[in-house]
Structure formats: structure tokens, C-alpha cells
Design a protein around this ligand. Structure first.
Ligand SMILES: *[C@@H]1O[C@H](CO)[C@@H](O)[C@H](O)[C@H]1NC(C)=O
Ligand SMILES: *[C@@H]1O[C@H](CO)[C@@H](O)[C@H](O)[C@H]1NC(C)=O
Ligand SMILES: *[C@@H]1O[C@H](CO)[C@@H](O)[C@H](O)[C@H]1NC(C)=O
Length: 716
């Protein structure tokens, strides 16, 4: 209700009646709504103003696409790779916009180990006798549109090295590709592996080639595009020298001879190369013919798989150094629960101009900041604190976010309600989302309130639902954006949102403002949709008196995972130990939902009701932490989430229960009995974690003294 209504009250005796009427209306508004009501600001004259934060937020959408567009243009005016002087431009822009919105700002600096290309990289083709044949380009094709100042295509953390060797074309560089080569009698030992992009994480492609004995790896870009830069670090996110603590200046750093540190870096040099260059090498190769389906996207017509007869002469020089990175925060203090944090994050650093990756998300974040600023001016205040984060050095392995999470872990464990991530906000058509399952319902709800950017008259929910035969929400076991430390290390309910998939200019010079304006989102309406979804999610999480978490959805998802695992193992016995704990989580979730309903009927300002809500909310927010294993996964201590950390084996068929996935992939040399025991132990761990979550959610000690299968215990 706008405040102008108060100003228009009639004078004299009528005023009293009108004031009563207003009070009644306000009470009806507060009590009669099914959605938890927005906060009520008490005004000085005793009247009340009711805010519907969602309506207020959406009312600020007019013209927002133009603002987002202008911000994107400013952010992408030049390249801004982390740790370089050019990174200062977007830092100033983001700080300026947070300040203009009236938010409290904070900058946190870290000095991680970063990795850049040195001066001495080269690639050439030699005849079998070692004589020079041709120099090969390592640069992006000129027509890709790069201007000056872009970092040359390279792999961050690839070690310096040189190799003169025969090349073998290994297709995507997956296990199955090496198996196929093996059948043809082609091996990579002592040779240079040439792969085309698309075989999953490039660091894994390099590590696998090294394991097979290759001396270097070249990864080809797309024939229709640029050359893909990227990180090849292994073993998880964050600064490689400060695993588990923050890389502040003066902090402890592990040495390069530390075994854990050594495992973070590939052992052989690697480099992304233009498709042209890859095609030239393949054309020079003999050996078995290249299968037709291996040529996709390379524009190659002749040649073989190798090895030889030509030689490839490859040199790479890495420039490894400590550089300063900057995380920027815009903070709105909660009015009732300032010690509860709703965290929104997006990274700012880019391989090139970053119009898609990541500044489409930054522009959306800045628009949210602006709107929240206007809402604050109108008298609204969030119940809980909202923290907007602009991360640095994500492209080097989620370093900015990981260092901050590590530095503030204890605080976050206690206070973080949820983390909402947007990286590449827009790279094409169609809404996509990943989430921890207790947030599913909230996400689906919110998409019903946001207009579809591409289909007139529809909501995002409708088109999302129609896209792939029903709404599908991914789980967050990937390690490719800033939700990773929040989920895998800290156990914080999280989400990841984006429009479009498979951007052809990913990590290349094509990722520019002009691409976005021409192809990605000409009217900036997809940007607008993401901004609205992201903002509304934040407002629900910050303002709902009872947190909008649904653990029944979590239990359902776990039941599906259990069935998936049982199918994979071909053995339902092994997974049966989970049944009781999943059932228990279902029960606890149902009770929590009932309690939430009851609490929603109570007076918003009653002290007792307030305390009861706080108690329930604490259980809702701490339940996710129960999935953490304090000492981490076996042999991978940093990863603590037993349901959603990435499996160690990049080709694992299991994208959940990472401890079980690891036990399966490590069981190659074990006897059947040992294998079964190793897997069973990990299944028990998951089961206990789910049981912990059920107990936390229920808020009481487990009271079942008699296990139903007591008789099955055999005296040892
Ligand atoms: C590369 O060359 C530039 C200019 O000659 C020089 O300043 C820089 O130190 C060199 N970098 C390395 C890693 O050698
Ligand atoms: C390989 O390339 C490097 C760098 O260009 C050059 O110094 C070296 O002589 C070359 N090796 C052979 C065998 O041609
Ligand atoms: C913003 O969207 C409207 C349609 O809602 C469109 O007419 C306008 O051109 C867009 N503005 C920009 C700057 O693209």
C-alpha cells in the first residue's frame, strides 16, 4: 500500500473512522494472505505500511533491461583477467554501483597463486627426419573479433615444458577413446596427444593423457569459433597452496614439494590450439583413418590418427605468480535477524571480455542492488541480511569465493541461510537451474511470477515446463562455478541459474558485448528474467517469516538416488541400510511443514511466536550441514558433502553420493568381497548423514532404541 493513502485521509471527525478502516484493512492484509506476509513498517504516526517485497521488486522492472544493457557494456569495455591491471575497471564499476544503491560495501583481498602464459610458447611441425616443415598458429583466428589486450589462449597451471614427438589424435580424450585407439594398436606413450574439445573437464583430459604416458596435450578449438582458454588444475577449487584456509597476504602457504600440492598440478604441459592448427596436424598424420564421428567440429577431411610420421615441436612457458584478487560485497543488514545471511554471488573476472561469462550475471546483480536500494529508500527492510558478492578469480578455479568461504567457514556454518549463484546469466534461449533439493519448490514457485522473455503471455514456469518434457532441476555436484565451496565445503543450501547452454564462444574472444547485443539477448529481456527470478528468490529467503525450505523434496530426491545406486550396483541389499534414514527424513520433513503452517497463523510480532519461528528456521537451515562429514571424503578432505560433492573419477556414472562413487572407482584391484565392504562402508556413511539431517530437522534426540533388525546382529 502506497504511503500516499495516509496523506489523503479526510479531515476532522471522519478521520477516526477512516483510520479504523485502514487498520482493519491492514490487519486483513497481514492475516488473510496465504503467502507469508511481507514485513510491516511501523510509521511514526502509529499507522502501518504493508510491503509486498515481490510486488515492489517487480514494479521496478520498467526500463531495467536498458540499465542492465548499459552496465554490461561498461563492464565489458575491455578484457579483465583476474590479477591483471585491467581487472581494476570492473572493480571500480561494481563498487560504484553498490555505493550508488546505498549499500554498505566491503572489499576483501587475497593473494593466491595464479598462472599466466610466458613469452616462449611455440608450435611447429617437423618432418620425420626432424627438419622444419611448418610453423603452426597458437593464436585465435583474426575473424573471431579479438582486439588488443586479450590474454593468448592457454591453460592456467599447465607447467612449462617442451616436447618434440609424434602426435596421436585421441578424439575427446576420454577412457573410451583410448580403448578404441588401443584396439587399433595406437598408443600415446611418449607422444603428444591431440584432442578435440568436449571431453569434459579439460584438466581431466590432460591428467588422463599423462596417465597414459603422453608427454604433452593439445586441445583443439571449434572450427566455427575461437580457442578455449581455461584452467587445468586438479583436486578441487581454491588457491592450491592454501587448501582449507584463506590465501591472505602473510598466511601460511604449503610448499611446491608438498605431496598434496603436487597433486593439484598437471605433470605435462598442455595448450588449447585453433581448429585450423589441429587440422594441419591431423592431415600430416598416417596410421588408421580418422573415424567420421571423431572429426565433428574440426573441419578436417584427410589424415590419420597417427602416430607420426611427422613430429610436433611444442614449447610452453608458464608464468606462475602471486597476484592480488578482490572480492566485493554489497551488504544490507537484516532488521529482525541480522545474523542470518542470504547470499547472492557472481564472479566478475573473465578470460576475455566476459559478456556472457560472467558479466551477464554481474549486470543482473547490479540491477538487483539498484532495486534493493530503491526499496530501502521506500522504507522496506529485509528481515534477514542480504549479501551481494562479486567474486574474483573464478576462472582460475573458484578462488575468490573459495578463499572467502574458507576464511568465514565457522560464521557461515552458523548463519548462512542460502547461496544463490549466477555465473553466465545469459548465453542463449531457455531457462536452466541447479539446486539443493529443499529449494526446488521455492524456485518453481518464483518462476510462476516472472514473465517469459521469449514467449508473449507466458511465464518462465510454463516454457521451462514445456522445454524438456517437464521441469528438471540439476543437482550441484559440478565444480565449475562459485556454488562449489558453498555446497561441497560448507553445506549451504544453494542454487545456480542461467539462460541457454553450450555457448559457442565459451572462453574465447567471441565472448563480447557485440555478440550479446547481436545474438545472445538483443532486447536484454532474458537478462531481465534472470534478474527477477534471482531477486525474488532472495526476497523470499530474506523475508519469509518461516524459511521456504521443503525437506520432503529432499527425501524424495534421496529415494531416487538410492534407486539409481541400487540399479548401478545391481544389488539392492547394499543400499537397504539407507531406507530407514530416508523414511525418517520424510517423517521429520512432514512434521516441519506442519509446524511451519501452524507458525504462519501466529502474530508476526508476538515474542513467543518469533522465538518459535527462529527455532524452526534454525533446524531448517542446519539440516543441510548434517550432510557434511567433518573429516571430508576419503583422501579428499576438502570435499565434505556426502551427497553432492564431485566424484573423484571425472567419468563416474554417479553424480551424487561421491564417497560411494569413489569407493566404486577405486575398487579395481580389490577382491569382490573387499569391494563390497568398501562400498558398504560408504553407504553407511551416507545413511548416517541422512539420519543426522532427520534428527536436526526434528529437533529432538532419536528415541528409537530397538532397531527393527536387532535379531540380525550376529555375535562376532
Ligand atoms: C615476457 O616479455 C616481456 C617483454 O619483453 C617481459 O617484460 C616479461 O618479463 C616476459 N615474461 C616472462 C615470464 O618471461
Ligand atoms: C623446437 O622449437 C623450439 C622453439 O621454437 C626451438 O628452439 C627448437 O630448436 C625446436 N626443436 C627442433 C628439433 O626443431
Ligand atoms: C527493453 O524491452 C522492451 C520490451 O519490453 C523493448 O521495447 C526495448 O527496446 C528494450 N530495451 C532495450 C534497451 O533493449
Amino acid at each position: 500500500m502506497p504511503s500516499s493513502v495516509l496523506a489523503r485521509l479526510p479531515p476532522g471527525s471522519v478521520r477516526l473512522v477512516a483510520a479504523f478502516g485502514l487498520l482493519l484493512l491492514v490487519s486483513l492484509l497481514v492475516l488473510g494472505r496465504r503467502r507469508p506476509p511481507g514485513p510491516v513498517a511501523r510509521t511514526s504516526n502509529g499507522g502501518s505500511r504493508v510491503f509486498d517485497p515481490a510486488a515492489l521488486f517487480l514494479s521496478l522492472s520498467a526500463g531495467a533491461n536498458a540499465t542492465i544493457k548499459a552496465d554490461l557494456r561498461a563492464l565489458t569495455a575491455g578484457p579483465h583477467l583476474a590479477g591483471t591491471p585491467a581487472a581494476a575497471g570492473p572493480v571500480a564499476h561494481v563498487l560504484g554501483r553498490f555505493r550508488a544503491a546505498g549499500l554498505r560495501t566491503l572489499t576483501r583481498e587475497y593473494a593466491p597463486l595464479l598462472s599466466y602464459p610466458g613469452n616462449a610458447s611455440s608450435l611447429s611441425l617437423l618432418r620425420a627426419d626432424g627438419s622444419f616443415l611448418a610453423r603452426l598458429s597458437l593464436e585465435e583466428p583474426a575473424d573471431v573479433g579479438g582486439r588488443g589486450g586479450l590474454v593468448r589462449p592457454y591453460h592456467a597451471y599447465a607447467p612449462s615444458g617442451a616436447a618434440v614427438a609424434e602426435a596421436v589424435f585421441v578424439n575427446l580424450g576420454r577412457e573410451e577413446d583410448y580403448a578404441a585407439l588401443d584396439k587399433l594398436g595406437v598408443g600415446v606413450r611418449g607422444r603428444i596427444a591431440l584432442a578435440r574439445r568436449g571431453g569434459g573437464y579439460r584438466g581431466a583430459v590432460v591428467a588422463r593423457a599423462a596417465e597414459k604416458g603422453a608427454v604433452a596435450v593439445l586441445i583443439a578449438g571449434r572450427a566455427d569459433g575461437g580457442v578455449e582458454r581455461g584452467v587445468v588444475m586438479l583436486g578441487g577449487p581454491g588457491d592450491p597452496l592454501t587448501p582449507g584456509w584463506a590465501a591472505t597476504v602473510g598466511a601460511e602457504r604449503l610448499g611446491f614439494d608438498n605431496e598434496a600440492v603436487k597433486r593439484r598440478f598437471p605433470t605435462i604441459p598442455s595448450m588449447p590450439v585453433p581448429a585450423e592448427t589441429a587440422a594441419a596436424i591431423i592431415r600430416s598424420l598416417g596410421g588408421p583413418a580418422v573415424p567420421a564421428e571423431w572429426k565433428v567440429g574440426l573441419g578436417v577431411d584427410a589424415g590419420g590418427l597417427g602416430p607420426g610420421p611427422t613430429l610436433v615441436n611444442f614449447t610452453y612457458q608458464e608464468d606462475r605468480k602471486f597476484e592480488m584478487i578482490r572480492d566485493i560485497f554489497g551488504i544490507i543488514k537484516g532488521s529482525e535477524e541480522p545474523d542470518r545471511y542470504v547470499i547472492l554471488g557472481n564472479h566478475r573476472d573473465a578470460w576475455t571480455y566476459g559478456a556472457v561469462d560472467p558479466n551477464s550475471g554481474t549486470a543482473a546483480l547490479l540491477n538487483i542492488a539498484q532495486r534493493l536500494g530503491k526499496m530501502l529508500q521506500s522504507g522496506w527492510k529485509p528481515r534477514r541480511s542480504i549479501i551481494l558478492c562479486s567474486w574474483d578469480a573464478e576462472e582460475f578455479g573458484m578462488i575468490g569465493s573459495t578463499e572467502w568461504v574458507e576464511e568465514n567457514l565457522a560464521d557461515l556454518h552458523l548463519k548462512a541461510v542460502a547461496y544463490l549463484n549466477v555465473d553466465c546469466a545469459v548465453q542463449g534461449v531457455g531457462f536452466f537451474a541447479g539446486s539443493t533439493p529443499q529449494l526446488d519448490k521455492l524456485l518453481v514457485d518464483v518462476t510462476r511470477q516472472v514473465k517469459d522473455p521469449d514467449v508473449m503471455g507466458k511465464m518462465v514456469h510454463d516454457t521451462w515446463n514445456e522445454m524438456n518434457g517437464g521441469i528438471s532441476i540439476e543437482r550441484l555436484a559440478r565444480t565449475d562455478s562459485d556454488f562449489a565451496p558453498f555446497v561441497h565445503h560448507a553445506g549451504i543450501p544453494s542454487m545456480d541459474l542461467y539462460y541457454g547452454q553450450e555457448f559457442s564462444g565459451y572462453h574465447t574472444a567471441l565472448d563480447s558485448y557485440s555478440w550479446m547485443e547481436k545474438h545472445g539477448d538483443p532486447l536484454f529481456l532474458r537478462h531481465l528474467a534472470i534478474t527477477e527470478i534471482w531477486g525474488l528468490l532472495a526476497l523470499r529467503l530474506a523475508d519469509d517469516p518461516v524459511l521456504p525450505f521443503d525437506y520432503q523434496d529432499y527425501a524424495s530426491q534421496l529415494l531416487e538416488h538410492r534407486n539409481g545406486l541400487s540399479f548401478l550396483l545391481g544389488n539392492s541389499q547394499a543400499v537397504n541400510v539407507m531406507n530407514g534414514s530416508i523414511d525418517d527424513l520424510f517423517g521429520a520433513a512432514m512434521e516441519a511443514l506442519k509446524e511451519a503452517k501452524k507458525l504462519q497463523q501466529l502474530d508476526l510480532y508476538d515474542e513467543h511466536a518469533r522465538m518459535r519461528r527462529r527455532l524452526l528456521n534454525d533446524r531448517l537451515l542446519l539440516a543441510e550441514r548434517s550432510f557434511l562429514q567433518a573429516e571430508g571424503l576419503e583422501g579428499r578432505r576438502w570435499f565434505k558433502h556426502l551427497l553432492y560433492s564431485p566424484p573423484e573419477d571425472y567419468e563416474s556414472k554417479l553424480s551424487f553420493f561421491p564417497g560411494i562413487a569413489d569407493a566404486i572407482s577405486r575398487s579395481g584391484n580389490l577382491s569382490a568381497k573387499e569391494r563390497e565392504a568398501a562400498i558398504q562402508h560408504e553407504v553407511w556413511k551416507v545413511s548416517r548423514a541422512i539420519q543426522r539431517a532427520a534428527s536436526v530437522l526434528r529437533g529432538d534426540f532419536n528415541q528409537q532404541n530397538k532397531p527393527s533388525n536387532f535379531s540380525s546382529l550376529v555375535t562376532p
